[in-house]
Design a protein around this ligand. Structure first.
Ligand code: SF4
Length: 512
């Protein structure tokens, strides 16, 4: 063994040049290891475009490191010596290179981090400094609190980062949160910018062929791959958003429109989550755009809140509460995820649109995820583990630390309200207000109990009725229960029956 040589593992979501474990790298002696392994690509049926993104970005990153004179070992998926797992490859390369020190930056997945801890090697762990709030700092903030609230955590992060603050530490504009201004539906005639296009170079084309050959059984299209796989392309995507998307992002961030999968959204979450973009730089660019008068405060604050508020908050909850967090099922749901989540074959136009674009692009924006596919799973009582697996598999930017709290906590309220103060349940009226989906739907959003009534309507009231014992005491649900209680009992009975019928159809494996 050579005590002076180090092996630095870089995972597929750690493709940042300033990754903590790379900071003390000695290019004369040390080796960086990147591995494409079947276990990570298939522990859930990841969307083929997501696998292609990660493999292609890893190969480009390895090339960039080599160009900087760094020694890199890269194991491709079809390498005959590939052991198939990250711990297996770490052991193999530690033996092969006879290195004593293995350096790893904190993982984004509890399962993977645990498997490395259990692999029998002595690992030097590095905190992931790409986040604003460390695991320890979040744990200190959460200590002694029965329930956490993102809003208070977010204010701490605003103070820490000094973003959008006046000199005296008060928030610019006199409020911390301008979310109420960010809920406009899309007026007729407002056109979203065309998505920027990236061309696939030889490395990406080779990866696409590999993914096509090895992952054809996974759900999702591969033919329209259009994601940045290098730092330069990710920066181009970001610059494009600053120029053409950001100004409309604030007002219309919750809006949805048929055949408009991206609207004013940046689509940078995948690039950010795998390390091609830097959180602090993004926030500073948005703040600069505000100070330069190029965007309104609600757009700047809304964007920054997503990054230093929600994103950091859900990561903190994940590492604070894992592994038990993944077992949460506060409503005792056990219903199987309907097959149409994997195919889009449903008469509900909102679901068909959201699922269809997810299969086509591995992307849907936060309201489509929370208030359409997520809302339906909540109202229909889908088992949390099944819907969590779907989100982790289908979305380009889904890694366990961000997907699990967002789905299990925020979408499904399965943690009993630890992460969010109330379930995000809504009837079809919300979807109708925020989109044009209902206009071309087989169901009528104005109906609740007829055969052609919008399924979201009866399922919404059915959800409130069946969980009244747990939810009636929640002050934020008071208005919903007041409306339910005002309803004649015959109407309540009809809604219950319609809900029962819809759930029975799901249990029979039928689409609705
Ligand atoms: Fe969705 Fe209901 Fe509207 Fe159809 S009517 S698009 S199911 S909300």
């Amino acid at each position: 063994m050579n005590p002076n040589r180090r092996l630095c593992l870089v995972l597929g979501d750690q493709l940042s040049f300033d990754l903590a474990s790379l900071q003390t790298l000695d290019s004369e002696r040390d080796t960086v290891l990147l591995v494409e392994v079947m276990e990570e690509a298939s522990h859930v049926p990841h969307h083929p475009q997501k696998i292609a993104l990660i493999f292609s970005a890893m190969r480009h990153f390895a090339q960039s490191l080599r160009d900087q004179g760094i020694r890199v070992e890269y194991v491709t998926l079809d390498d005959p010596h590939n052991s198939g797992s990250v711990p297996g490859e770490l052991r193999r390369w530690q033996q092969r290179l006879q290195v004593e020190q293995v350096h790893v930056t904190e993982c984004g997945d509890w399962r993977l981090e645990q498997s490395i801890k259990d692999c029998g090697l002595s690992v030097c762990w590095h905190a992931d400094s790409r986040f604003l709030c460390s695991r320890a700092e979040f744990a200190a903030w959460a200590a002694g609190k029965k329930q956490l609230r993102m809003e208070f955590f977010y204010r701490e992060m605003r103070r820490k980062s000094r973003l959008l603050l006046n000199g005296d530490g008060t928030p610019v504009g006199g409020a911390w949160n301008f979310d109420a201004e960010n809920r406009k539906s899309l007026p007729k005639g407002v056109k979203a910018p065309y998505p920027i296009r990236f061309s696939n170079d030889a490395i990406t084309r080779e990866v696409l062929d590999l993914v096509k050959a090895r992952f054809s059984q996974h759900y999702g299209a591969l033919d329209d791959f259009n994601y940045p796989v290098t730092h330069a392309d990710a920066q181009a995507l970001w610059d494009y958003f600053l120029d053409y998307g950001l100004a409309g992002f604030g007002d219309y961030q919750d809006a949805m429109a048929s055949d408009e999968p991206f609207l004013f959204h940046a689509r940078i979450s995948a690039a950010l989550n795998i390390g091609l973009l830097d959180l602090r730089r993004l926030c500073s660019d948005v703040e600069s755009a505000y100070w330069a008068g190029r965007i309104a405060l609600n757009a700047a604050e809304g964007f920054i809140r997503q990054l230093i508020g929600w994103r950091e908050y859900v990561r903190g909850v994940y590492w604070l509460k894992m592994p038990d967090y993944a077992l949460g099922n506060a409503f005792g749901n056990s219903r199987v995820l309907p097959e149409f989540y994997w195919t889009g074959a449903t008469q509900m136009n909102c679901m068909r649109q959201a699922i269809g674009q997810s299969l086509q692009h591995a992307y849907a924006h936060h309201i489509q995820r929370l208030m359409v596919t997520g809302n339906f799973a909540l109202l229909a009582g889908i088992a949390p583990s099944q819907i969590c697996e779907w989100y982790l598999a289908i979305y380009m930017d889904a890694f366990d630390w961000v997907e699990l709290p967002n789905t299990l906590g925020m979408v499904m309220h399965a943690d009993g309200g630890y992460l969010g103060s109330k379930p995000y349940c809504a009837s079809g009226q919300y979807i109708n207000r925020m989109s044009d989906y209902c206009r071309s739907c087989a169901y009528k959003v104005s109906e609740s109990t007829a055969d052609n009534a919008c399924p979201f309507n009866a399922l919404y009231w059915h959800f409130l009725m069946r969980h009244g014992e747990q939810l009636r005491g929640n002050q934020r649900m008071a208005m919903m229960y007041k409306n339910l209680d005002r309803m004649p009992s015959a109407k309540q009975e009809a809604l219950w029956q319609r809900g029962q019928n819809l759930l029975a159809r799901l249990d029979n494996g039928e689409s609705i």
